[in-house]
Design a protein around this ligand. Structure first.
Ligand code: R5P
Length: 332
């Protein structure tokens, strides 16, 4: 049976996945040594079974090493397949060298993940300049889409919505959502001058003024994109918008700064946050279950298990006492 193993902070999603698929929920112990290095111990039996490590990758610099240690431990202890369930996949936005000399971190990060796991399951990765994860990742990667879930939420909670994407890149999901719920949509034009400095231009949306604007984006990080879009909507006489995002990264105090410009902010639970209103567990569990059927024999990093204490002991006893191990063979 599959083992769903959460990294710290991912327990709720892991429990929901385990319940949805009737899989076992595993336990992992982790802490920091006094020098800041991390300690990882898997407390569940992983031998001969597929193991799903659940770890969203917001703030990856703090979390990724611990995750890699857990993946290696699972494999060394005999897991038949080690999958990363990362509903938010980080380091997707630095996808080219915008300034001379910059590191293209999406490439390096994909190499680290691909060499650590057999398979990746994620939700709406920021694929703006890459056509698909397979252009970056060398392991099978399931890309799931939260747009239908966002659409359902909007249809249930917002009367007379006007679905709005804050930049041209958002047209893909904004148009899909609008189609699904039979609402009009508009796409704004964004010019980014820096990490915390964006301009948003609005077309003339006056014909939709009676509707409730719903800003939909894949990521809210510094919040500046949504703040600028909401400000410009107000200047055109719209009421305060509802904001619906897949990944609520909400860096620093961005959530507090964004709130006054909006009527309501909701996100999927790809990153635990007080704005979470859209559950991803059913979507992810269904993907795991179908992939389980399709590729249950697929293992990319199969290695011999680590010998247990008993096998080591037995091996030692099988060496005749008169045969000195090679490393004690004396001076050449
Ligand atoms: C950009 O292409 C994305 O779709 C988001 O609009 C962007 O990542 C949001 O970032 P921030 O909240 O920092 O403006």
């Amino acid at each position: 049976m599959r083992l769903i193993l959460p990294l710290p902070g991912n327990e709720t999603l892991a429990r929901q996945l385990a319940e949805a698929g009737e899989w076992e929920l595993g336990r992992l112990e982790t802490r920091r040594f006094p020098d800041g290095e991390c300690y990882v111990r898997i407390l569940s039996d992983v031998a001969e079974r597929p193991v799903d490590l659940v770890c969203t990758l917001a703030r990856p610099d703090d979390n990724f090493l611990r995750l890699a240690f857990a993946a290696d431990a699972a494999r060394a202890l005999g897991a038949s397949q080690v999958t990363l369930i990362a509903p938010y996949l980080s380091y997707m936005r630095q996808d080219r060298r915008f300034q001379p000399g910059e590191a293209v971190t999406s490439i390096t990060f994909s190499r680290l993940v691909s060499s650590t796991f057999d398979r990746l399951v994620t939700v709406d990765p920021h694929l703006h300049r890459y056509p698909a994860l397979s252009a970056l990742y060398t392991i099978p990667a399931d890309t799931l889409h939260a747009a239908p879930l966002l659409a359902n939420w909007i249809a249930a909670e917002v009367d007379q919505p006007l679905v709005i994407g804050p930049d041209e890149e958002s047209e893909q999901w904004v148009s899909a959502i609008a189609r699904r719920i039979g609402a009009p949509y508009a796409v704004l034009r964004k010019i980014r001058h820096g990490d915390r400095n964006v301009d948003v231009e609005l077309p003339d949306l006056s014909q939709w003024k009676a509707r409730c604007p719903v800003l939909v984006d894949d990521i809210a990080s510094s919040g500046h994109t949504l703040i600028e879009a909401a400000r410009k909507l107000q200047l055109q006489g719209f009421r305060r918008p509802v904001c619906a995002v897949v990944h609520g990264v909400f860096a620093e105090d961005s959530y507090r700064r964004l709130k006054p410009f909006t009527d309501r902010i909701v996100s999927s639970d790809s990153i635990p946050h007080e704005s979470n209103a859209i559950r991803l567990a059913p979507l992810i569990a269904a993907a795991i279950a179908s992939a389980e059927m399709a590729r249950e024999d697929f293992v990319r990093h199969r290695r011999p298990h680590e010998p247990t204490a008993e096998t080591k002991q037995a091996e030692m006893q099988s060496i005749p006492a008169s045969v000195a191990p090679p490393w004690t063979s004396g001076v050449e």
